[in-house]
Design a protein around this ligand. Structure first.
Ligand SMILES: O=C(O)CCC(=O)C(=O)O
Length: 724
């Protein structure tokens, strides 16, 4: 490891180690306990099956639109459709449990309430939240943090520099952007010079409690390697001399103030640079009794002093003589001596290292035979202390950064389009500093002080999304031969014209009792007039706040959420009619009779078209309307809540979406059978009917829109569910 660009003269005798901030902190703590404050002066593909029928404008050729004809879908080499098929593949893969970097949710939720809205985890393991550390008595903050949040989701949805729901290092393109200080502090982690110098162990692989499929296991600590993702990103950031943002949560024991007392679960400390990076040997309960851990020294690099020790002399405090600066935050800071010579090199590996530890100089290259040895003997000691020179701040021989850790204000609309990814980002409130997820459709609103930031968008037409269908056959479905549980010859694709409309019976599962079909009643340019009007009405009523589209908190988020605090659904929704438990509880439901007219119109259209095609009346009494901005989706779930009728039907509006079905885990006997079994394309105006309780009992589904989309899903919910 090439290390350390600048060091002071280590050939000088080392002065005795001064009291560290922790020691000073401990002393102060004693004083604080007795509240003896005194004023100080000092400043301290699968196989593709598809069919085509007439109707939708963008189909490519008359050949592709003959009624009822099955055509191969590998017809298109043009970019848009290719892109969509790629996305399909991507999502089929994601749906089957592969990595998504910033995924807050588990893939295996048993019900809608658990896996209602997210993505899949990188693995099936969920590392439990960091264990509680004994709480030292710390004073309350005197200044409000400049940037703070109550949940990890708020942090990840608002800050560009930290979008990791798992782990403490957020990196992108092999560079660390954000670093979260939390519990699990290790030996020689320090918070020095009032937080202008922070040393922390980075990169994971500590001993930890994991849960896999409900079983808890302790994973032993392992050596960190230079090539481990987080370590590598931090080392690259150090070598590139790039700033990164440090955050702390209320479990970070070295922060001198009690964050929890102010209900600040997460705070942004500010911008830092990595001034030193090195590996050390630490004792561990492993076979060989030690592990290699990487340490990083972060030095404050903003122009202003850290916000937590800017003095705030309130008149009341001055009058009472209470020390506003009980921790000696403004003490003059020693800088390291710049008249340094070069740090010594290891005789074996020829790499140069500063004297990090008081006791002795050591080679810090874990690949070298001399690593962590003094006179040929390994130093695996708990009680090594840092050399005082090493804890001095580096001189400001590099320009201080002018950038800020603050997130930008909410975006302005581009041609009236306000559903792009940027618009689903969170808000940093200029009034109170709180980060809030975008949880209301009609505007941004701070969850603490209620500050509102307007959104000025325009109504979008279904035609805006026609480009997505270029080259894609009119109806498209895909049955995965790898699914194992649905033999292809049994999974017949039946295309049946029904009067003016049509239904597509896609899935016949031989194991299940009837009825159990999924039908699509296709929309089309000629019959979509009603759907177009409903789409418009939905948008108008949503932006006027008449339809209260919200991202509701997940009820069972504790079981699946890795971060802390409330976890909101990934999409916006509103329930009308009978109460539906899994979305924000039943309290937010509005009656059908007096509810938004867009919802009533959608329900009427769904019922009318089922009557026309399936020749029966479905007595739906509930409609869940969902609105998706770009990149939002609904995770795997099944509509199996107690009291739900066997038929569930939805009207799709706006962008196309892919719907994937897979068997519930308990029905997957064969390896690999958990793969997506069936994928459907849902277009504007299409009505999807999941016909039969077996669909929900045996399968779960996910919906992945390709852009802005609204869906109205109708169900029949019996009164016993109202009481549940
Ligand atoms: O079509 C959609 O967007 C998802 C509808 C759905 O799965 C549901 O409401 O349960």
């Amino acid at each position: 490891m090439g290390l350390l660009p600048s060091f002071s003269d280590i050939s000088k005798p080392l002065p005795p180690s001064p009291a560290t901030d922790q020691q000073r902190y401990a002393e102060n703590e004693k004083k604080l306990k007795g509240l003896h404050f005194k004023k100080r002066n000092s400043r301290e593909p699968p196989e593709v099956v598809s069919s085509s029928i007439p109707g939708q404008a963008p189909v490519r050729s008359t050949k592709d639109i003959s009624i009822g004809r099955l055509v191969s879908s590998n017809v298109d080499l043009r970019p848009v459709s290719q892109k969509i098929l790629d996305v399909w593949d991507d999502w089929t893969c994601k749906a089957s449990g592969e990595v998504d970097e910033d995924a807050p949710f588990a893939a295996d939720g048993e019900s809608k309430g658990e896996a209602f809205n997210g993505l899949c985890l990188a693995s099936e393991d969920i590392v439990h939240d960091t264990p509680a550390v004994p709480k030292p008595c710390r004073p309350r903050l005197q200044n409000k943090p400049v940037i703070w949040a109550k949940s990890r989701q708020e942090v990840c949805e608002t800050l560009e520099c930290f979008r990791s729901y798992q782990g403490g290092v957020y990196h992108i393109h092999d560079l660390a952007k954000g670093y979260l200080l939390s519990a699990f502090s290790s030996n020689r982690d320090v918070f020095e010079h009032n937080g202008k110098l922070i040393i922390s162990h980075g990169g994971g692989k500590a001993e930890a409690l994991h849960s896999t499929k409900g079983r808890s296991e302790t994973h032993a600590a392992a050596d960190q390697l230079e090539g481990d993702q987080s370590v590598r990103a931090l080392l690259n950031t150090f070598k590139a001399n790039r700033p990164l943002v440090l955050l702390a949560d209320d479990k970070y024991a070295l922060f001198p103030f009690d964050l929890a007392a102010g209900e600040y679960t997460y705070v942004v400390l500010g911008l830092y640079r990595i001034t030193h990076a090195w590996a050390e040997l630490q004792p561990a309960q492993t076979n060989i009794g030690r592990v290699v851990r990487y340490k990083f020294a972060f030095q404050w690099c903003e122009e202003e002093d850290p916000w937590w020790f800017r003095e705030k002399e309130t008149p009341a405090a001055l009058a009472s003589g209470i020390d506003n600066n009980p921790l000696g935050m403004n003490a003059p800071i020693e800088l390291s001596d710049t008249s340094s010579s070069y740090p010594p090199e290891c005789g074996r590996c020829q790499q140069a290292f500063p004297q990090v530890y008081q006791d002795a100089w050591m080679c810090l290259n874990p690949k070298c035979a001399e690593f962590f040895k003094v006179n040929g003997e390994e130093r695996v000691l708990d009680n090594l202390t840092y050399a005082s020179e090493f804890l001095a701040l580096q001189p400001r021989n590099i320009p201080e950064v002018r950038q800020s850790a603050r997130p930008p204000p909410p975006p302005q609309s581009n041609h009236g389009i306000v559903t792009t990814k940027r618009f689903s980002r969170g808000l940093h409130c200029q009034e109170c500093g709180r980060l809030s997820s975008r949880y209301k459709w009609e505007h941004w609103e701070c969850k603490s002080c209620g500050e509102i930031y307007e959104v000025n968008g325009q109504v979008r037409s279904a035609k805006d999304f026609w480009y997505q269908l270029e080259g894609i056959p009119y109806l498209q479905s895909r049955i995965d031969p790898r699914s194992g549980n649905i033999p292809l010859n049994k999974a017949a694709l039946l295309f049946q014209p029904h009067g003016r409309s049509s239904s597509l019976t896609i899935c016949e599962q031989p194991l299940l009792v009837s009825p159990r079909s999924v039908h699509i009643i296709p929309g089309g340019a000629l019959i979509n007039r009603e759907a177009d009007a409903i789409f418009r009405k939905y948008q108008e009523q949503a932006s006027a706040g008449e339809i209260q589209f919200r991202r509701w908190p997940l009820r069972n988020s504790n079981r699946i959420h890795i971060g802390r605090g409330e976890l909101l659904t990934n999409y916006f929704s509103q329930n009308t009619g009978a109460p539906y438990q899994y979305v924000g509880g039943a309290d937010q439901t509005v009656p059908l009779e007096t509810g938004p007219s867009a919802v009533r119109d959608a329900l009427a259209l769904i019922q009318k078209r089922i009557e026309m095609t399936l020749h029966r009346h479905e007595p739906f009494n509930e409609v869940l309307s969902a609105a998706y901005m770009e990149k939002q989706r609904m995770a795997f779930h099944s509509d199996s809540e107690k009291g739900l009728g066997p038929v569930v039907a939805s009207l799709s509006l706006g962008s196309i979406a892919y719907m994937h079905f897979r068997l519930h885990s308990q029905y997957c006997r064969e390896e690999g059978s958990r793969k997506v079994a069936l994928s459907l394309l849902l277009r504007h105006g299409d009505i999807l009917v999941m016909d039969g309780a077996g669909i929900q009992k045996f399968y779960e589904h996910t919906v992945v829109p390709m852009n802005f989309r609204i869906v109205a899903t109708a169900r029949n919910i019996s009164p016993e569910n109202h009481m549940a």
